[in-house]
Design a protein. Structure first.
Lengths: 546, 434
C-alpha cells in the first residue's frame, strides 16, 4: 500500500514532469520546427507476393458470396487501427503530422509499421496482450510468481523480433528462478499453494498450453470425452498434462525431476493411475530425446505443426482487428474447415520462420484490414454479411486501456513516453488503473465483444481523467492550446479531430464546431474548445475500433 | 498428484463454449428470458420472499480457526484464543465480540468445501457457484438475481441507481459474465466520497450544447455503417441516456453515508469497510438488489494470528452494525446476508507463522431473509488432519440456497438454440437453512 502523502507526492511529481514536458513540447511545436517525415518503406517483393495470395483468397470468397467489399479505408484510419492494436493508444498529433509528410511513393501502412516496431510502446504493449494468454491477469501465487518480470521478458523478445517458435520453446521448457529466468513464471503461475509442495498444477499448464499455443480447447475434455464430436478423448488432455509432471519447485527454482509422475482417475474409474505423456496428434513430430517439457516444446513449435502456427495467426489477427478469424480465438478445429485466409497466413508464418512482425505486416497489408468499416453511400450502408466475410472492417469495442491510453495521448501533441507504454508510466499514478478497473476489463477473455455500459459512459462523461484533460488549463491540455494558438477556428477543429479520432472532420462537422469556437472572450473560447474535446471523447467512434 | 476432481465442469455436463457463444450471439441473448422470472415475480407479490442480498466478502481467505470455527483446546489453534457467543457451547475467535453476541441472528456453516485453492479461481467459484471455465464467464450471484428478478421499484418509482453494487471492490468484483457487462456490479471505492462520475463538470446550458455536438458526431458515424450498430451492438447512446437519468436521480443520496447522523455512523467503525456496510443498508433500503462489500487483507501467509486479528477488528463492528441496522429498519427479513471468503487456512502453521490456503472445510455465515438462524452446520476435525468435514457444504450449495430462498428456481436451465442447458446453480439447497 502506498501511503496517501506519498501518493500525493508522486502525483505532484508527475504533474511537474508533465508540465515541463508540455512547455517544451509547446515551444518546440510552435517554433515551426521542421518535422522529419517517417522513413518511407518500400514493400518488399516477397511481402507483395504474399499479400497477393492472401487477397486472392479473400476476393474469390467475396465473389462467391456475391458481396461487394467496402471502399478502401483512409490512410489515417489504418494508422489509427495499427497504433491502437500495437501501442494501446491512438497516434499523437506529432506522429500524424510526420505520417502526413510521407512521400507518395512509400507504402504508408508499411512505413507506419516500421515506425511502430521501433517504438518501445509496441513491444511493451503486445507483451502485455500475450501475457494474458500465457499467464492470465490474476496476481497468481505468492512470492514465486512475478507477472511483471514475465511481461518484461516477453517485451524484450518482441523488441528484437525473436522468432516466435524460439520464444515459445523457452517458455514451455524454462528452468531456473522466477526472477533471473523470468520465462519460468509461465510454470510458477500454475503452482498450487496449499501448504504441501505439489509443484505446478499439470492441469492448469496443459489447459494454457493447448489454448495459447495450439489454439485448441483441450481442457474441455478434462472430465469426459468430447460430447460435440469424436475428435478428443479424455486421455488426450491428461496425456498432454503428463508432459508437465516433472516440473518441480526447488530452491534453485523450476527444475525437471525425472522420478515424478502424473496421476489421474479417468471417468468411471475410482483409483487414479499413472498417465504417460503422449501428444494428442502428429506424433511423428515429437523428438524421442530430452526432458518431457523439452520434447513438448519441440513438438508444439515444429514447423510442420500447423496448429501452432494457426493459433498464432488467429491471435495476431484478433490483435489487429479486435476480432479473431476463428471465434473463440483459442478454439480452432484441428481438421478444419477454416475460414478464408487462415491457411494462406499459416503457410506464410511457417515459411517466414515464425516471424511475428512479418505476420503483422502481412495482415495489415491485407484487403480486409485495408477496408473501411462504412460505405460512402449512406443509402447503401455496410451490412452484417459484408462484415462477417471481412469485406468491411469490423466495428469492435476498444479495450479499457486503449480508451484510457487514447484520452491521455490526445491531451499531448507528442507521443507520450515513447520509451515505455503509456499504461506503464501512468499506472503508478493510479488514474489509469482506476479508469481501467471502472471501465470494466474482460481479463483473459479479451476478445469478448461487449456493448457499452452505464459506468463506461459516466466515466467518459464526468470522469476525472476526461475532465482534467479537457479542462481549461493552457499548459496541460491541447484542447486549450489548440483554441489559443491555431490560426483559424477550422484549423483548431481539424487538429482536435486528428488528435482524438485520427481523422479530418466532415464539412458539416467542421462548420458546426468552427461556429462554436467563434468566441472573442479567450475564456469562452477555451470553454468551447473543451466542449469540442468532450464531445469527441464521448462519441461512439472514440471508444470503438472502426 | 490426483487431479481427477479438478475439472472445470462441476461434475455436470457443460456446454461447448463454441456452441454457446454462437447461439447466444445469434439469439441476441433473447433466449435467456426465463420462465423463472415470472415465477419469481409471482413469489415477490406474495410478500414472503426476501428482495435483496448483501455479500460481505473476506478477500484473501479468512482463517476459520481464528474466526467462526476455533478449536482453542487443540494444537491446531497454535495459541489463538476463542470467545463465547450467544449460542451455548459455540465459540468464535477473539476480536469478534459484537458478532458473537448476535449469533442467534444467523447460521454458522463450518464445513464449506471447494476444489479451488488459488485466490482468483476460488473467488470466482465463491461468487458464481461455478468453477472457472476458460472462455466462458459465469455470472456472479448478484448478476443472476438482477437478471431473474424484475427491475426493482421503490414506492412505485423505478430505481434509477445501479441495482448491483460492489463496495470497496477487491481484485475480483462481481461480474455479469455471459449475462453481459451490463450485469457487472457498479463499483464504489469508499462511500465517504461522493459516487464517482455522476456530477457533470458543466452547467445545464453547456451540457445541452455538448449533447448537441455529440449528435452531430453520431450522425456522421452512423452514415454508411451497419444500420443496427447502435441498437444491437454499441448501445452507446442509450447508455448515455440511462447514465443521465442516474445522474439526476434523488436516489443517489442512498450512497451518502457521510451526512448520516453521527450516532448512526459511529457503530460501523471508521473504516472503508465499516462505511461500506453502512452504505449497504441504505442501498438495500433504496431498492438495490445486491450489494457486495469487500474486506481485503485476509491472506496471512506470514504472521497469521496478527493479520487475522487486524481484519477481525474491522469486520466485527461493521458486520454487527450491518445486522443491527437492517433489523432496526425492518429490512432483515427482506435481506439475505452472506459472509463469505474464497477458502479457509491450513490447520498447521508454516515456518513464517502463517497459515496457507485450505479449501477443505472453512466457515461462512448466512442469515436474514427468513433463513433459519441460531445454529451451527457442519464440523471440522479438531486435529486438523481430516479434509472431509461432517455435513459437508459445497460452495455451489450456498448459491442454490440463496436462489431458492429468493423464489428463483436454481435448477432453471438456460436453453441454447441447440438445446444445451446450463443451470443457474448446480448446487443443492441446504435444507437446514430453509
Amino acid at each position: 500500500m502506498i501511503s496517501k502523502s506519498r501518493r500525493i507526492l508522486i502525483n505532484l511529481g508527475a504533474l511537474f514532469v508533465l508540465m515541463i514536458g508540455a512547455i517544451i513540447t509547446l515551444a518546440w511545436y510552435f517554433g515551426q520546427q521542421e518535422l522529419a517525415p517517417l522513413s518511407a518503406a518500400e514493400t518488399s517483393v516477397s511481402l507483395n507476393e504474399s499479400v497477393e495470395r492472401l487477397n486472392d483468397a479473400f476476393e474469390s470468397s467475396w465473389k462467391e458470396l456475391d458481396l461487394d467489399s467496402a471502399p478502401a479505408a483512409p490512410a489515417h484510419t489504418v494508422a489509427r487501427r495499427l497504433s491502437l492494436a500495437l501501442t494501446g493508444a491512438t497516434p499523437s498529433l506529432e506522429e500524424i503530422r510526420r505520417f502526413e509528410k510521407l512521400s507518395d511513393e512509400g507504402d504508408p501502412t508499411q512505413s507506419w509499421l516500421n515506425h511502430l516496431f521501433e517504438d518501445q510502446r509496441y513491444n511493451n504493449y503486445v507483451a502485455e496482450r500475450f501475457a494474458r494468454a500465457f499467464v492470465g491477469v490474476g496476481p497468481g501465487p505468492f512470492i514465486i510468481y512475478r507477472r511483471r518480470r514475465m511481461v518484461n521478458w516477453l517485451s524484450e523478445q518482441l523488441a528484437v523480433n525473436r522468432p516466435y517458435d524460439e520464444l515459445v520453446r523457452d517458455i514451455i521448457a524454462s528452468e531456473g528462478t522466477w526472477t533471473t529466468n523470468p520465462e519460468t513464471n509461465f510454470i510458477t503461475a500454475a503452482v498450487i499453494q496449499d501448504g504441501d509442495n505439489k509443484g505446478p498444477d499439470e492441469v492448469k499448464l496443459a489447459a494454457r498450453t493447448s489454448r495459447a499455443f495450439l489454439g485448441i480447447s483441450l481442457d474441455c475434455v478434462q472430465c469426459h470425452d468430447d460430447k460435440f464430436g469424436d475428435r478428443w478423448k479424455q486421455e488426450d488432455f491428461h496425456q498432454l498434462a503428463a508432459f508437465y509432471a516433472q516440473a518441480d519447485m526447488t530452491i534453485s527454482g523450476v527444475r525437471e525431476k525425472s522420478e515424478k509422475d502424473y496421476e489421474t482417475a479417468y471417468k468411471g474409474v475410482k483409483e487414479p493411475s499413472v498417465v504417460e505423456p503422449k501428444v494428442p496428434f502428429a506424433e511423428e513430430l515429437k523428438p524421442e530425446a530430452g526432458s518431457r517439457r523439452k520434447q513438448l516444446a519441440e513438438w508444439i513449435t515444429d514447423g510442420n505443426n500447423r496448429a501452432f502456427a494457426r493459433a498464432t495467426v488467429n491471435r495476431a489477427w484478433a490483435l489487429l482487428f479486435g476480432r479473431p478469424l476463428v471465434d473463440p480465438v483459442d478454439d480452432i478445429p484441428l481438421e478444419g474447415p477454416y475460414p478464408t485466409g487462415l491457411d494462406v497466413l499459416t503457410d506464410e508464418f511457417i515459411e517466414s520462420g515464425h516471424d511475428f512482425q512479418h505476420l503483422l505486416r502481412l495482415i495489415a497489408a491485407s484487403a480486409p484490414f485495408q477496408r473501411a468499416s462504412g460505405s460512402n453511400d449512406p443509402d447503401k450502408p455496410v451490412t452484417i454479411e459484408q462484415e462477417a466475410a471481412w469485406a468491411a472492417f469490423p466495428v469492435t469495442p476498444l479495450r479499457p486501456e486503449q480508451v484510457a491510453g487514447s484520452i491521455i495521448q490526445s491531451a499531448s501533441f507528442r507521443a507520450l513516453d515513447s520509451d515505455a507504454h503509456i499504461i506503464d508510466k501512468f499506472r503508478r499514478f493510479g488514474e489509469t488503473n482506476d479508469f481501467v478497473k471502472r471501465y470494466g476489463d474482460q481479463g483473459e477473455n479479451e476478445f469478448q465483444e461487449e456493448s457499452g455500459t452505464i459506468p463506461q459512459r459516466l466515466l467518459l462523461m464526468n470522469g476525472k481523467l476526461v475532465g482534467e484533460r479537457t479542462g481549461e488549463n493552457p499548459i496541460m491540455n491541447s484542447s486549450t492550446r489548440v483554441a489559443h494558438y491555431s490560426s483559424s477556428e477550422k484549423q483548431a477543429v481539424k487538429a482536435a479531430f486528428l488528435a482524438l479520432l485520427t481523422r479530418k472532420p466532415t464539412a458539416e462537422e467542421s462548420d458546426h464546431f468552427a461556429e462554436s469556437l467563434k468566441k472573442k472572450n479567450p475564456k469562452a473560447k477555451a470553454r468551447a474548445s473543451a466542449d469540442l474535446y468532450w464531445a469527441l471523447i464521448n462519441s461512439t467512434e472514440f471508444s470503438w475500433n472502426r | 498428484m490426483d487431479t481427477s476432481s479438478l475439472g472445470p465442469c462441476n461434475g455436470k455436463d457443460h456446454l461447448s463454449r463454441r456452441f454457446f457463444l454462437r447461439s447466444s450471439a445469434a439469439a441476441g441473448l433473447g433466449w435467456l428470458t426465463p420462465l423463472s422470472q415470472q415465477l419469481a415475480r409471482g413469489a415477490e407479490k406474495s410478500g414472503s420472499r426476501p428482495k435483496s442480498v448483501i455479500v460481505v466478502w473476506m478477500q484473501g481467505g479468512a482463517s476459520q480457526l481464528e474466526t467462526f470455527d476455533p478449536h482453542p483446546d487443540s494444537a491446531i489453534s497454535h495459541g489463538a484464543k476463542a470467545i463465547k457467543t450467544a449460542l451455548p457451547g459455540v465459540l468464535f475467535g477473539e476480536g469478534l465480540e459484537q458478532t458473537a453476541a448476535m449469533a442467534n441472528d444467523f447460521s454458522i456453516l463450518r464445513s464449506v468445501v471447494s476444489k479451488e485453492g488459488d485466490h482468483e479461481r476460488a473467488t470466482y467459484n465463491g461468487k458464481t457457484g461455478y468453477r472457472p471455465f476458460p472462455g466462458l464467464v459465469h455470472p456472479a450471484i448478484g448478476s443472476i438475481i438482477n437478471h431473474e428478478l424484475p427491475a426493482p421499484t421503490k414506492n412505485g418509482v423505478t430505481v434509477d441507481i445501479p441495482t448491483h453494487i460492489s463496495i470497496t471492490p477487491g481484485q475480483f468484483p462481481a461480474r455479469g459474465g455471459y449475462l453481459g457487462a451490463k450485469y457487472d456490479a457498479f463499483q464504489l471505492f469508499d462511500p465517504v466520497n461522493p459516487v464517482p462520475d455522476v456530477k457533470t463538470w458543466t452547467d445545464e446550458e453547456r451540457t445541452a450544447r455538448r449533447m448537441d455536438s455529440l449528435n452531430v458526431l453520431e450522425k456522421s458515424f452512423a452514415a454508411g455503417r451497419i444500420a443496427t450498430l447502435e441498437k444491437e451492438r454499441t448501445l452507446h447512446q442509450s447508455s448515455i441516456k440511462r447514465a443521465q437519468s442516474m445522474m439526476t436521480s434523488e436516489q443517489l443520496t442512498a450512497f451518502n453515508v457521510k451526512d448520516a447522523p453521527k450516532a448512526e455512523r459511529e457503530g460501523f467503525g471508521d473504516t472503508r469497510f465499516g462505511r461500506g456496510c453502512h452504505a449497504a443498508i441504505r442501498l438495500v433500503e433504496a431498492g438495490v438488489r445486491c450489494v457486495e462489500v469487500t474486506l481485503n487483507g485476509w491472506d496471512t501467509h506470514i504472521n497469521n494470528h496478527e493479520g487475522q486479528l487486524k481484519r477481525k477488528q474491522e469486520l466485527d463492528p461493521g458486520l454487527a452494525s450491518l445486522i443491527k441496522g437492517l433489523k432496526e429498519r425492518d429490512l432483515y427479513d427482506d435481506t439475505i446476508i452472506l459472509v463469505a471468503t474464497e477458502f479457509g487456512r491450513t490447520p498447521k502453521l508454516n515456518v513464517t507463522d502463517g497459515r496457507d490456503h485450505w479449501p477443505n472445510g472453512f466457515s461462512i455465515l448466512m442469515g436474514g431473509g427468513g433463513l433459519r438462524s441460531g445454529q451451527v452446520i457442519g464440523e471440522t476435525d479438531p486435529t486438523g488432519k481430516s479434509q472431509d468435514p461432517a455435513e459437508k457444504v459445497w460452495v455451489e450449495d450456498i448459491h442454490a440456497t440463496i436462489l431458492n430462498r429468493l423464489g428463483i428456481d436454481h435448477e432453471y436451465e438456460f436453453m441454447t438454440s441447440i438445446g444445451r442447458p446450463i443451470a443457474l446453480s448446480d448446487g443443492r439447497p441446504i435444507s437446514a437453512l430453509l
